[in-house]
Design a protein around this ligand. Structure first.
Ligand SMILES: *Cc1c(COP(=O)(O)O)cnc(C)c1O
Length: 365
């Protein structure tokens, strides 16, 4: 019983530690998880009502084409329904893209560090991942472009980038998309798009009119606060969306997720309030990092990657003992920590814990 070669050495995804596990292991009563960029403000009340109403239909298979949700999202983005495909999180859209387009021998280009699922799914399909180091925490688009050749199938751009939080601006992105051959798919993973307030951030939906090879990924897991329901989507040319639908499992998203997402899209007041509260949180955290003399990458999502100037595992462990779950151990950034922006109260507790960890390290020398 030998599985396919491409997966033998593949690691199992290590999620941010669940709160219950940390409490049990460390005997803590209060634990704050700032490790997975979840929404600290929960989710829309209208989505909650939609979930409650949909429970009655649990014995019936969901709508395979998410028709109601597709209409809501098409309206919100001003695109055609045929340009949308839904997945069990945008993670599944990444998987479906790899499944539909990548074969052994193909090359696919991504940044390093970036969201690990691009490489993970490419590896399963036997494709070769070409990882292009970030430059000052940002995508190096000219270097990525230089790697495009006749074997290249997909280029992944994570905007804002996870884990660094930096963005690619509209001018540089447009230049890149124009230069990439039209047979190469350009994936714009915009999991945090709704948080971005910077004027240079591209309104990427408008590229879809001119570039058949562009596909945009969005999710309901982040600002919409529906992470546990597993729902996200891709927006692209109808032909590309059709190919993704051909590899999609018939009932890949649930009734409850579809209903919740459709209600969540309509509740723009909740999203605006989360965006504003996140902006306040970012400002607070940046001011505190400045006060502590710690540098960070310019954040545009709901997380910040900062340089602790200590081995990141040490800071991670110190924060964990104080009830804060963060993310550490990045390949290229051995002293950096990624921290999600929480509620005001959570952010204050995080900074207190961080100061205690830094002081402890200074005392221990
Ligand atoms: C969280 C995240 C996703 C996908 O999350 P889903 O829960 O699968 O929708 C995709 N890309 C990036 C960069 C993310 O941070």
């Amino acid at each position: 019983m030998q599985p396919k070669n491409s997966i033998v050495h593949l690691p199992v995804y290590q999620p941010g530690k669940p709160v219950e596990e940390v409490k049990r292991e460390l005997g803590l009563t209060e634990v704050i998880k700032l490790a997975s960029n979840e929404n600290p403000f929960g989710f829309s009340e209208q989505a909650k009502a939609a979930i409650q109403a949909e429970i009655a239909n649990t014995s019936i298979y969901p709508d395979s084409f998410s028709t109601t949700l597709a209409a809501a999202v098409a309206d919100y983005l001003q695109v055609d329904r045929k340009q949308l495909v839904f997945g069990a999180g945008s993670d599944e859209v990444i998987l479906m893209l790899a499944r539909a387009y990548l074969v052994p021998g193909d090359e696919t280009i991504m940044a390093d560090e970036t969201f690990p699922q691009y490489k993970h799914n490419a590896t399963i399909e036997g494709a070769t991942s070409i990882e292009v180091p970030l430059k000052d925490g940002k995508h190096d688009l000219p270097a990525m472009l230089a790697k495009v050749n006749e074997r290249t199938k997909i280029v992944w751009i994570c905007n804002p980038n996870n884990p660094t939080g930096t963005i690619v601006g509209k001018d540089e992105l447009e230049e890149f998309i124009r230069a990439v051959p039209s047979n190469v798919i350009v994936v714009l993973d915009e999991a945090y798009a709704e948080y971005v307030m910077d004027a240079s951030y591209p309104d990427s939906i408008k590229y879809l009119n001119d570039f058949k090879n562009v596909i945009i990924l969005r999710t309901f897991s982040k600002i919409y606060g529906l992470a546990s329901l597993r729902i996200g989507y891709g927006v692209g040319h109808p032909d590309v969306i059709h190919f993704i639908n051909q590899v999609r499992e018939p009932f890949n998203t649930t009734r409850i997720a579809q209903a919740a997402a459709a209600a969540a899209v309509a509740d723009t007041a909740f999203i605006e309030s989360c965006r504003d509260r996140n902006a306040e949180g970012l400002a607070y955290m940046m001011a505190e990092f400045d006060r502590l003399g710690l540098s960070y990458f310019e954040p545009h999502g709901n997380f910040i990657m900062f340089d602790s100037k200590l081995p990141s595992q040490q800071v991670f462990d110190g924060l964990l003992r104080r009830g804060i779950v963060s993310r550490a151990r990045w390949t290229y950034y051995p002293t950096h920590i990624r921290i999600t922006v929480g509620s005001r109260e959570q952010n204050v507790k995080f900074i207190q814990a961080l100061e205690a960890v830094l002081q402890e390290a200074a005392v221990l020398g």
